[in-house]
Design a protein around this ligand. Structure first.
Ligand code: ATP
Length: 473
């Protein structure tokens, strides 16, 4: 089972403190969201999983944390100043501003697309097909740098990065020289990115400020197709390891028209973010993209690009980012394979997939978030069965203190035990530990499993080891 729609996750998130609307007390700010205690914890766990898997468990990837604001020339030579735009149209009827490439095509009753030579679209707000001509809308947020700058001063113009990737390319030589790496190797980075999206929405699916986990893997041109395919396979497995079911993931091969100008091949991993839609194809949308970016990036940022067609001569760069292969004595620009994934979309997919409802013996429906232990914001809740009995409360609080250094543990005595269990199930806490009257006699506690609701009596002396084994093995 998974959540029936994003709305279910929106209300759970607000109720339990995963995600709140940003600037809420001032009426909000379109499609901006703040992450509460549980959301921040879950996001951190996702990032840690990604980082550990790529940077720690493999031995061919280095980490990086580059600046959000870079020299404007980075975005000139990356092509973002001229090409990082979406086609903007206005609906002449309801005045909505919309991204043309995300509009539904107009269909006749027989289902055939209307408009033979020029496609016609439908406004999702009012159903009209009367749009202005599309114009390119650049998605980069502009800002100014320095105390004396004014908004008109072009020399002070800078951008908030729209992707983390460029920070990696411009540091290629720094990392290469300092780490003494040889090809193939990767550089990984997690950080915020900003895009002035024309139509943000669907909760945290598309926002103007979001977080990316990007890795650029540098390799010999002839190895790029194989390595590309390997990362496509590996990333699907990573999503499975986070608990996302294969039935809700799908691969999408970008067509020649859709490919970015620098890409040789791009495959998107889609997730079923919109299960409520009738058309199965429209149920899926992008979770991540995995691109073969060729040698475009290193070449374009290089002082002397050795392009036989003489393209993109860069007079501003101070470095040549080519690679010298000691073995073959050849110099060339490495190809780049880029798996790029959003933290926020991953978090949404994980919440949707983990969402389950279960009916108890009283016929009440309970929400259970079946999160993988590794991701769960809280690993263990210690609950006293009688909060008016000081010895029980003291024992429970002491247990919490003992467990805290090894696993995130909370104490809760603000309701009856049924309610306390339900509260923990709803936020995905894998285990509840209950201290009762007998515990005072036999030094044993009840451990309850979130998914099966089964209970086991465990000696306090063995509790930590028991939980560690269950949580992490
Ligand atoms: P889309 O087609 O949905 O606009 P994109 O193809 O432009 O996305 P990429 O540039 O490939 O996205 O970015 C890599 C990843 O970053 C995406 O797969 C997604 O997970 C995340 N991402 C991109 N834009 C946003 C956004 N506005 N809000 C949240 N996450 C985003």
């Amino acid at each position: 089972m998974a959540a029936p729609n994003i709305e279910t996750i929106v209300s759970l998130s607000k109720r339990r403190g995963f995600v709140f609307p940003a600037s809420d007390i001032y009426g909000g700010l379109g499609s901006s969201w703040d992450y509460g205690s549980l959301g921040a914890e879950l996001a951190n766990n996702i990032k840690q999983s990604w980082w550990r898997w790529l940077v720690h468990e493999r031995d061919d990837i280095e980490g990086l944390d580059s600046s959000i604001i870079q020299n404007r020339l980075v975005w000139k030579y990356s092509g973002h100043e001229t090409t990082f735009s979406d086609p903007l149209v206005d609906c002449r009827n309801c005045k909505a501003r919309l991204r043309q490439d995300k509009l539904e095509l107009k269909r006749s009753e027989s289902g055939i697309t209307i408009g033979e030579s020029k496609p016609e679209y439908v406004c999702p707000n009012c159903g009209s097909s009367d749009f202005t001509e599309p114009r390119d809308f650049n998605l980069m947020f502009r800002t100014t740098v320095g105390a004396a700058s004014s908004d008109e001063d072009e020399s002070a113009l800078a951008y908030l990065r729209p992707e983390t990737a460029q920070g990696i390319f411009i540091n290629f030589k720094n990392v290469l020289d300092s780490s003494r790496r040889k090809l193939p190797f990767g550089i990984a980075q997690i950080g915020k990115a900003f895009r002035n999206e024309i139509t943000p929405g669907n909760f945290i699916f598309r926002t103007r400020e979001f977080e990316q986990m990007e890795m650029e893997y540098f390799c010999r041109p002839e190895d790029a197709p194989r390595i590309h395919q390997e990362f496509i396979d590996e990333f699907q497995k990573w999503f499975y390891s986070l608990g996302i079911s294969a039935a809700n993931l799908k691969l999408y091969e970008q067509t020649a028209e859709e490919l970015a100008h620098y890409a040789a091949r791009t495959v998107d991993i889609l997730y079923r973010f919109f299960p409520e839609r009738d058309d199965e194809k429209r149920q899926f949308d992008e979770l991540m993209g995995i691109a073969n970016r060729t040698d475009f990036d290193l070449k374009t940022h290089s002082k002397k690009p050795e392009d036989s067609e003489g393209r993109r001569l860069n007079p501003d760069s101070q470095e040549d980012l080519s690679y010298f292969d000691e073995a073959t004595k050849q110099r060339f620009y490495p190809y780049v394979i880029e798996p790029a994934v959003g933290v926020n979309r991953t978090l949404l997919a994980i919440l949707m997939d983990a969402y389950t409802e279960k009916t108890n013996e009283k016929g009440e429906t309970r929400v259970i978030l079946k999160l993988k232990s590794e991701l769960a914001p809280v690993k263990v809740a210690v609950l006293p069965l009688a909060k008016n009995k000081p010895e029980i409360v003291a024992m429970a609080k002491d247990l919490k203190r003992q467990l805290l250094p090894a696993m995130r543990t909370v104490y809760d005595d603000t309701g009856g035990i049924g309610k306390l269990y339900a509260r923990q199930d709803e936020i995905g806490t894998p285990f509840c530990v209950t201290v009762d009257h007998e515990s005072l006699e036999d030094n044993r506690v009840t451990v309850r499993d979130r998914d099966t609701w089964e209970q086991e009596r465990i000696a306090i002396a063995d509790l930590k080891e028991y939980l560690m084994r269950k949580l992490y093995v």
